[in-house]
Ligand binder design. Sequence first.
Ligand SMILES: NC(=O)c1ccc[n+]([C@@H]2O[C@H](COP(=O)([O-])OP(=O)(O)OC[C@H]3O[C@@H](n4cnc5c(N)ncnc54)[C@H](OP(=O)(O)O)[C@@H]3O)[C@@H](O)[C@H]2O)c1
Length: 259
Amino acid sequence: MMLEDKVAVMYGAGGAIGSAVARAFAREGARLFLTGRHLARVEGVAKELGSAEAAEVDALDEQAVDEHLQSVTEKAGRVDVSFNAVGVADAEILGVPLVELDADRFSRPITTYATSYFLTARLAARRMVAQRSGVIMTVTGLHSRTGVPLVGGYGPAMAAKEALTRALSAELAPLGVRVVGMRPQAMPETGTIKEAFEVRAKALGMTWEQWQETLASRNHARRLMTLDELADAAVFLASDRASGLTGTTVNLTMGSLDD
Ligand SMILES: NC(=O)c1ccc[n+]([C@@H]2O[C@H](COP(=O)([O-])OP(=O)(O)OC[C@H]3O[C@@H](n4cnc5c(N)ncnc54)[C@H](OP(=O)(O)O)[C@@H]3O)[C@@H](O)[C@H]2O)c1
């Protein structure tokens, strides 16, 4: 098993990506501490996995994140992986042209994504630096690197997270802590992508099926990635087999975006 005895803390673990990665981490032997803004969703995932622990933690609340990490280190003795899969609801941020967008709606994803990643990474890093090992991980989207209409501040938010991954790694890698992001295209089985389509459906002028085909036609594989494929990549990146990987966001767009 690739993550045997690794202690992993996950934020947004009740979401589509968080729960898929949690399942893959559990399968590979990780000891999981799952957190989310609403306990019920995370508890559902923890129950399904059997051995995982669930807690309600707002990933924007510094004290709550810190107290939770404290409880993890008291129970498990260490933190090996911090995985931030927090997402802002598409309906709150997408669908409005930039020229009509108010500043609050524009800055909400930038503030939320960057702050939550910063807080969870920084507080985990303090424990990881002390133990001289650990991996900090998150997820972004290809909007970080390419213009996409009607996504408001989402692109700048993803770019900020990728810049933070590089900056964190520059400071932490010399101390034994790797920092790695993952940039998938779109996984249509997630509610997020369905919602992202629905809030822009009129402007896109396509059906759900046509939109998926259009997205798929932009990558080399001519199909969209599955959650399981993303989760398998996450397992590798979290494992010691990826010891040479830090300071980068792995391009999982299957050729939709050139490096
Ligand atoms: N899905 C895709 O195909 C895809 C592709 C590329 C990039 N991404 C990115 O990957 C990330 C996760 O996507 P997803 O599809 O898994 O989204 P999701 O299913 O909506 O999950 C996001 C999770 O974040 C939680 N959350 C929101 N605010 C939080 C906070 N302050 N503290 C703790 N938890 C919080 C939500 O919990 P509650 O429901 O309890 O509020 C939810 O469980 C997003 O950044 C998304 O943009 C997704």
